[in-house]
Design a protein around this ligand. Sequence first.
Ligand SMILES: C[S@@+](CC[C@H](N)C(=O)[O-])C[C@H]1O[C@@H](n2cnc3c(N)ncnc32)[C@H](O)[C@@H]1O
Length: 340
Amino acid sequence: MRERALLVDRRRGEAVRRTLAEVGALRPDLQILEEGDRLVLPLRPGASVPDGLGEIGLREFPPLELPPAGGYQELLDWPAAAKALLPRSFDVVGEIVLVRLPPELEERKSEVGAALLEFVPGSRLVGLDRGVQGAERRRAVERIAGDGPWTTRHRENRLEFDVDVEGAYFSPRLAGEHARVAAKVLPGERVYDLACGVGPFSVTIARDGRAVSVTAVDVNPTAIELLRRTLSRYPFGASVTAVVASLEAFAPTATPVERVIVNLPREGIKYGALVAPLVVPGGRLQFYEVVPRDEVEGRRAVVERLLSAKGRFAVRDVRLVHPYSPAQDLIAVEVERAPD
Ligand SMILES: C[S@@+](CC[C@H](N)C(=O)[O-])C[C@H]1O[C@@H](n2cnc3c(N)ncnc32)[C@H](O)[C@@H]1O
């Protein structure tokens, strides 16, 4: 029988698959197909698929074989139809496992938690991840198995971070982004890491040793306390100054530096006018934005126009980090301030 399908460019395939799974539009019991440069994703009947993700079609899909032996799913003695609803991925933050479940599995969440606790080596607590909320982007989590606090230590890029899953923003999915941005820092640069959270950009940059100073700023005191704990464990920790402040309070009196990172993606360029003056001529501004998918192409021109009131700025790079929602992408934008 032919089912509704979404045809997507192979390069965006994994990102779109994750987005569809998150909004409950992906059929988890059917196989994903390959057609030339495109992947064909099976859709749940009646599920709404936002514009711009790909082309809708009809295809015949073979059933998905059950997850390979060794998956946490194997620990659940459930009928195949219920197993097919189980997420294939979950996050691990230190000793804590975070999982998102479709509404159909709400009543069976404790069983899923117990299976994950048994399956993930070294885990002690499993949380149902209900997403991040509020200006401080704190994660709402519900304990579904295990015990102990939501604080833990997480390894990333050969560093160990103090994290409080509930108390301050942290995502284990940004490890590559933290390393990539740190690798761009040039010898002798002074760096501002604004909206630093528990400091993964700052600590990685300080460890790499090329920056002469790093100032990490966040409005959430819990995030800064965790960052200070992490820094206290490293010999390079003293090269980072951790500050509890809002960008609005910090920026007007701060000295301009060679590199400014702003990771407030939902605000994005809205902070452009405030932070652009913090970049010296020849310096770089790296910021993140959540933008409607159909506006990504034109973003370069929009950013340059908006920043032009603050000096001559040229966008050097616009990169997709990952889809953020069915119709929006999280992008990384790197801007250079023209040398005098
Ligand atoms: C998406 S998180 C980024 C955390 C970190 N850069 C990372 O990569 O893990 C955004 C952070 O911005 C902080 N924040 C939100 N509004 C702020 C503001 N107006 N001034 C300073 N920090 C702010 C939040 O507390 C949160 O820690």
